[in-house]
Design a binder for this molecule. Structure first.
Ligand SMILES: *[C@@H]1O[C@H](CO)[C@@H](O)[C@H](O)[C@H]1NC(C)=O
Ligand SMILES: *[C@@H]1O[C@H](CO)[C@@H](O)[C@H](O)[C@H]1NC(C)=O
Ligand SMILES: *[C@@H]1O[C@H](CO)[C@@H](O)[C@H](O)[C@H]1NC(C)=O
Ligand SMILES: *[C@@H]1O[C@H](CO)[C@@H](O)[C@H](O)[C@H]1NC(C)=O
Ligand SMILES: CC(=O)N[C@H]1CO[C@H](CO)[C@@H](O)[C@@H]1O
Ligand SMILES: [Zn+2]
Length: 491
């Protein structure tokens, strides 16, 4: 199951600011039904000297299991779906849920022939979700970690073109546009749409404006320039929809790449492509050759000194991701502990203020609040500014990435490629499965780990994890060092 709940730890008062840590949810990399191999087609879209086709139809949802390219499409993280020929209806309840449609499952797919074109999605229902273009891993292999690789993501609501279908207005010429586009109404609308601060209320108002007569039928489409996705577009694996922050349904009808966008017109409220907003850089792996890093999150004060002792004895430096509220709570002793860890050369980095799934928060203000408060407590208690952030629960979405980039210059959002799965096994009769999980991640090529010090068994295995990685020839370092950050301490 995706949601593993470990209630007994909740009783420990010291952790009451972190209740959700114990309901840790995670993507298991080996779940086979995500990436069913359905056909053995070798696509080669990079043939030089050939003009790219004017458009690429990716998915019209004719088949429940595969898209128009012949590859798998379907849900992840227990997302409820309903298929009819021509549509997929999604019933999300959590931002970690996702729907993928794949370009390829065995290798990488190049979108370079379409690099100046637009991702076009026809859908119905809420626009409160994230659209991701997912890079494959370096080996283009689903058996290597991480899989999938790094996505870049945009906020769907910024890219929605709503076209009235009541026949009154078709698309109009660009002359019409230039005379009409300067109305106050339009300027206000554009300002709202382009602002990264537009919160739900504003969005709703905007929608209400659009539907002056509620029954007026509209066609909802996304037009997203492919170059708004800052990934290596020579090795794409899938498009996905995730980061749901309402429980409203979404009906997907068509996904394709098209050469142009309809011109602004009254019927589409003068739709124009918004600016690409800066987005935090997502990291799943260390980039320095032969490096390995431990990112250690949260923790129980009672295990802190033991963790310090093991790291001292093994003489390795790690990165701690620390929740702001825990620093503020003097009964945890965390301020003194992390100050000492910083003195010893460890990296201390951000993990939100109160540990929510940030992308699930209904408003931008609430996301900002988590970021601003944790930055403040880091400055007050640790005299520290950090550009490194680990999202609670690994929950990543476009709004969270954008808001981080608003408050922190060039933030790193640090997920992982090795998961100790302490959230799953630490409090079971088979805690040694944490060792299996660690070994599996390392053997698949993962080199950036996630673990916590919430449980005695995990703390007990830490020394083994370190020695395993050392004996495999890796050099253990902080995450900023393993990413060759020029501001990190010299090794
Ligand atoms: C794909 O196209 C490239 C460039 O033309 C070519 O070198 C390569 O052999 C092709 N691969 C396949 C599998 O067709
Ligand atoms: C969505 O549904 C889930 C499960 O029923 C619930 O826990 C969650 O609070 C709901 N979210 C919203 C935004 O309504
Ligand atoms: C608090 O942390 C400091 C720094 O690690 C340590 O020296 C001290 O013993 C700790 N105090 C308690 C009560 O654990
Ligand atoms: C980050 O990690 C979480 C937990 O494993 C996973 O669900 C999520 O897909 C990851 N995000 C990315 C962008 O890799
Ligand atoms: C350390 C810890 O939390 N142990 C708990 C693991 O789960 C069992 C069964 O729920 C509890 O009895 C333990 O206290
Ligand atoms: Zn955490």
């Amino acid at each position: 199951m995706r949601f593993c709940f470990i209630p007994p730890l909740c009783a420990i008062g010291i952790l009451s600011f972190l209740p959700q840590t114990l309901g840790y949810s995670i993507h298991q990399p080996s779940r086979p039904q995500h990436w069913l191999e359905l056909r053995d087609i070798e696509h080669n879209s990079t043939k030089s000297g050939e003009a790219p086709p004017p458009s690429l139809i990716i998915d019209t949802f004719q088949d429940p299991l595969h898209n128009d390219l012949g590859f798998w499409h379907g849900p992840g993280e227990d997302l409820n779906i309903h298929h009819e020929p021509g549509l997929f209806r999604l019933f999300p309840i959590d931002p970690d849920q996702n729907f993928h449609t794949q370009f390829n499952n065995r290798g990488c797919y190049s979108l370079l022939p379409w690099q100046n074109q637009f991702l076009h999605v026809v859908f119905e229902g809420t626009d409160q979700f994230t659209v991701s273009l997912n890079e494959h891993n370096a080996e283009c292999s689903p058996d290597r970690a991480p899989f999938p690789g790094v996505p870049d993501s945009v906020q769907a609501s910024r890219y929605v073109m709503r076209t009235r279908l009541d026949g009154s207005n078709g698309f109009q010429s660009s002359q019409d546009r230039s005379t009409l586009a300067s109305t106050q109404h339009d300027i206000k609308r554009r300002a709202l749409r382009d602002s990264c601060e537009d919160d739900e209320d504003e969005n709703e108002n905007e929608n209400d404006d659009d539907d002056q007569s509620p029954a007026s039928p509209t066609r909802n489409e996304l037009y997203i320039p492919l170059n708004h996705f800052k990934i290596d577009q020579r090795r794409v694996v899938s498009i996905s929809f995730n980061g749901f922050y309402t429980n409203e349904t979404i009906t997907l009808r068509r996904i394709e790449i098209v050469p142009s966008v309809p011109p602004p017109a009254p019927a589409n409220n003068y739709f124009g492509i918004p600016e690409k907003l800066p987005s935090g850089q997502l990291v799943l792996r260390c980039s320095v050759p032969n490096s390995f890093a431990f990112g250690i999150d949260d923790g129980q004060p009672q295990f802190a000194q033991e963790v310090m002792k093991i790291l001292d004895e093994e003489d390795v430096r790690v990165t701690f991701f620390v929740v702001g509220a825990g620093l503020r709570d003097s009964t945890t002793n965390f301020t003194r502990f992390y100050r000492e860890m910083m003195d010893k050369g460890h990296q201390v980095a951000l993990h939100s203020n109160t540990h929510p799934k940030m992308e699930a928060l209904p408003t931008m203000e609430m996301i900002d609040d988590e970021i601003v408060r944790t930055l403040r407590v880091f400055k007050d208690r640790l005299s520290l500014t950090s550009r490194y952030f680990r999202p609670p629960f690994g929950t990543v979405g476009a709004r969270m990435r954008q808001q981080l980039a608003k408050h922190i210059e060039h933030p790193f959002i640090v997920n992982w490629s090795v998961d100790v799965e302490d959230w799953l096994w630490a409090n079971t009769s088979t805690p040694e499965k944490q060792l299996d999980a660690f070994h599996r991640g390392v053997s698949r090529g993962g080199n950036l780990a996630v673990m916590h010090f919430l449980n005695p068994s995990t703390v007990q295995y830490l020394r083994h994890f370190i020695r395993h990685v050392k004996s495999a020839g890796f050099k253990i370092m902080r995450i900023d060092q393993c990413l060759a950050d020029p501001f990190s301490p010299v090794l």
